[in-house]
Design a protein around this ligand. Sequence first.
Ligand code: DOR
Ligand code: ZN
Length: 358
Amino acid sequence: MPASDGAGPRAHLTFRQPDDWHVHLRDDAMLAFAASYTARQFARAIVMPNLVPPVTTVAAAEAYRERILAVLPEDCAFTPLMTAYLTDEIDPGEVEAGFRKGVFTACKLYPAGATTNSAAGVTDVRKIWPVLERMQTIGMPLLVHGEVVSPDIDVFDREAVFLETVLGPVLRDFPALKVVLEHITTEDSIRFVEAAGPTLAATITAHHLRIDRNAMFEGGLRPHAYCLPVAKRRHHREALRKAATSGHPRFFLGTDSAPHRKHEKESACGCAGIFSAPTALESYAQTFAEEGALDRLEAFASEFGPRFYGLPLNEGTVTLRREPQDLPEVMGDGDLRIVPFHAGETLSWRFAGRSGLP
Ligand code: DOR
Ligand code: ZN
């Protein structure tokens, strides 16, 4: 558990090695850059499959896993956990084969058109009923981007409407299917998860704990605060902070760190996504400290996720030191200039390393 330095504020925190239960590592030139930050802080990560083309086969996931491992140092002790991208046509046999082979850890449901590279996603959840049936039978988790895509539904209401119209029926028809509602942004989702049985959990990002929708309009249009699901009103953010720090075992860490090049965010049609991987743990620690809940960070970051997935807890530890850390305005160079979450800010914590590495 976190070390204390006596009566004063803790000078450092050492806790069980955490995992990131939702991250975008990208491919090609971006991959080494993104993966290095995630592998630095986390032992495992659930890697999103929304590449171009998406990861829909066992062979594609194996090849992607190899590409991830190839850009990391051999001794980095990081395990990418791969996911299958669900399409209207995906074969339940392929999904099951990948799960049994230990290649796929879970399947990801993107409603078609909901977000970055989701065009090949599911157009009507009924079309994947046979896949969900199979996943329920074999105990394979379903990870959900929980937003409807209808242009008639206000962008700030899309998550709440999804709960009623899509997630409710899925849970009703597949009562034993494990489901993770990813990157929740609303009080509605918190209440929905709390009211559900033990098969439904949710991930909470570092950024949704810190920004509300005003962040996108502070003195002008702020593309680096734009992600999907979009940040909501202040009271939703406050509810997320309470849920994440509550010690409820079905809320756990998933950064949704999603790098996009600076110029692709600062554009007439800017990409959705916030790159939080470089200081993910520091950001969560800052929020937990502000909520007076540092003693609950370890469970949120390192215990609830693996327990829900049925995976072993990690053995090593990480340490964060309480010391000011200035973040740059931009990271990377050449064609890979990326504005990180907290750019230009000073954080109160600094990642000091992992123990238990070979
Ligand atoms: O903000 C987001 N960015 N939300 C998503 O769902 C996808 C992600 C990305 O891939 O850029
Ligand atoms: Zn995501």
